[in-house]
Write a protein that binds this ligand. Structure first.
Ligand code: ZN
Length: 277
């Protein structure tokens, strides 16, 4: 018998994108059988399905719906396109409500060539335009700062300080922040900004994976916890010391891993979660 106590899985959540080859049904079945406690649902995983039905199915399997991923992408040069983005986000909020996901993760968006400050202004306007709908449905929005390598086209919110500033300026209990170690580990102000986020009671989510050296693809080469250089435990310690007690969400986009046997991949994730996060 093993004498060493194993970290339990009661806070382990996996993003469906992490096991992208699996349908939502496969993911639910395998996660549940493996003892995973939560699932963050990517919109692609429920495309063409009834989100309320999907949510029921998830809960019946004993899993918590942790978040719906993802909304955002508010900035655009033309006003009509910004309006379209707002309408799309209203639909996403409805999906989250039907799924009974407590929040939507926001990849806020950016437009190549448009000043980042202008994009940030449009992001704030976009979020504020959907707040009445958040209030009606009870769905929160989690601003996720993205690593600056994505500042051209994916997000003009690139540090936790910027996400905190935005959440503070919007000043709504429905708007918080998602802390993702992949995007933020390098930031010298990280500990301080996590504390600030905690003081504002704005930490809605904590995402984990690792940063590989070399990183061979800007989007699809994230590492498994322990494979890279991110001090995940230290950052988790800061997040927990700031009052966060929610799920640790494994979010790994990896072309390499998606070509592997997903059953084995899931077992590796669980081992790494226990040993390196
Ligand atoms: Zn994330």
């Amino acid at each position: 018998m093993e004498a060493q106590p194993l970290k339990d899985l009661s806070k382990l959540c996996i993003h469906t994108i992490t096991t992208r080859p699996w349908s939502l049904e496969d993911a639910i079945r395998h996660y549940s059988a493996a003892g995973v406690a939560g699932i963050s649902v990517w919109r692609q995983a429920i495309e063409g399905q009834d989100p309320a039905e999907a949510g029921r199915h998830i809960r019946e399997a004993g899993l918590s719906v942790v978040s719906l991923v993802r909304g955002g992408f508010y900035p655009a040069r033309e006003k009509k396109d910004r309006r379209k983005a707002i309408d799309e986000n209203l639909r996403i909020i409805d999906e989250a409500a039907a799924l009974q996901a407590p929040h939507v993760v926001l990849v806020c968006g950016a437009v190549p060539g448009q000043p980042l400050a202008e994009s940030r202004k449009q992001i704030r306007e976009g979020i504020e335009a959907t707040l009445p709908h958040c209030a009606e449905t009870g769905v929160k929005l989690a601003i996720e700062p993205l690593h600056p390598m994505y500042a051209d086209s994916r997000s003009a919110i690139n540090t936790l300080a910027q996400a905190n500033d935005l959440a503070e300026a919007i000043d709504s209990p429905l708007v918080g922040v998602a802390v993702d170690v992949y995007h933020l580990w390098w930031d010298p102000d990280l500990e301080q900004q996590i504390r600030r986020c905690g003081r504002m009671k704005k930490i809605l989510a904590f995402h984990i994976c690792d940063w590989k050296t070399p990183t061979e693809d800007l989007l699809y080469d994230r590492g498994l916890m322990g494979e890279g250089c991110i001090p995940i435990r230290q950052i988790r310690g800061w997040v927990e010391a700031s009052g966060f007690s929610g799920f640790n969400e494994v979010e790994i986009f990896s072309t390499l891993r998606w070509t592997q046997n997903q059953d084995q991949w899931l077992q590796e994730i669980i081992r790494a979660y226990r040993e390196a996060s």
